[in-house]
Design a protein around this ligand. Structure first.
Ligand code: COA
Length: 191
């Protein structure tokens, strides 16, 4: 087992409980707790958001509890609550999914669920903070993301933080009765 593998596994596995807050000016990342989860479920079930996060139907309380237990156990997922600063208001979630210690990459997913904070800059800063954590704490080499081609706000956000558009997955998802394209973005660590 290489050192890198070991390091990612240990840090990704323990971090949800022991990771301190990751602080920025307009956003703060902290461990995502069960007390945050019900609010998160209301966002996931929001009619506009549901398509953006690739859901087909509302998530029930039971499914949500199972989801929370699964992600809490999974060492290949690092999930954080996003608080808007300086208000310290819980506005969304961001996570690394499928942390792969061999290839040292992971998928970034983000949901700023409180619509009042869309366009406030909090999403951009949360992504910057998570990228820094992924590269400098988890020792990952690459972070990637999938964004609906119609999601202009997210496309702009990922470009702004330095993600490169790697390609388009043609008619990848079935959303509201039609097949839609998905853009794949990647961000490689610079050293
Ligand atoms: C996408 C998301 C993370 C962006 O976070 P945010 O805090 O809203 O975004 P920011 O304010 O940091 O930046 C958004 C940028 O998009 C621009 N923007 C906002 N609405 C836009 C629109 N409808 N069309 C084009 N650009 C838009 C803003 O002007 C801003 O760019 P600027 O700083 O150059 O002015 C957040 O809106 C979100 O979670 N949305 C719902 C879920 C989602 O789409 N997740 C991404 C799937 S991977």
């Amino acid at each position: 087992m290489s050192n890198n593998y070991h390091r990612v596994r240990i840090e990704a596995g323990k971090k949800r409980r022991v990771q301190r807050m990751l602080l920025g000016k307009s956003a703060r990342l902290r461990p995502f707790e069960w007390s945050d989860a019900e609010k998160y479920r209301t966002w996931v079930n929001d009619s506009e958001i549901i398509n953006l996060v690739d859901r087909v139907r509302p998530v029930t309380a039971v499914e949500h509890r199972r989801w929370y237990e699964r992600i809490s156990e999974d060492s290949q997922i690092a999930i954080f609550a996003v608080d808007a600063m300086p208000d310290e208001k819980f506005v969304g979630c961001i996570w690394l999914y499928g942390i792969d210690p061999r290839h040292r990459h992971a998928e970034l997913r983000i949901l700023i669920g409180n619509r009042e904070y869309w366009g406030s800059g909090v999403g951009t800063e949360a992504i910057r903070i998570l990228i820094d954590f992924a590269f400098n704490k988890l020792n990952l080499h690459k972070v990637y993301a999938y964004v609906l081609a119609s999601n202009q706000r997210a496309l702009k956000t990922f470009r702004k933080v330095g993600f490169i558009r790697e390609g388009v997955l043609k008619q990848e998802r079935y959303v509201n009765g039609k097949f839609v394209d998905v853009v794949r973005f990647g961000c490689v660590r610079k050293v």
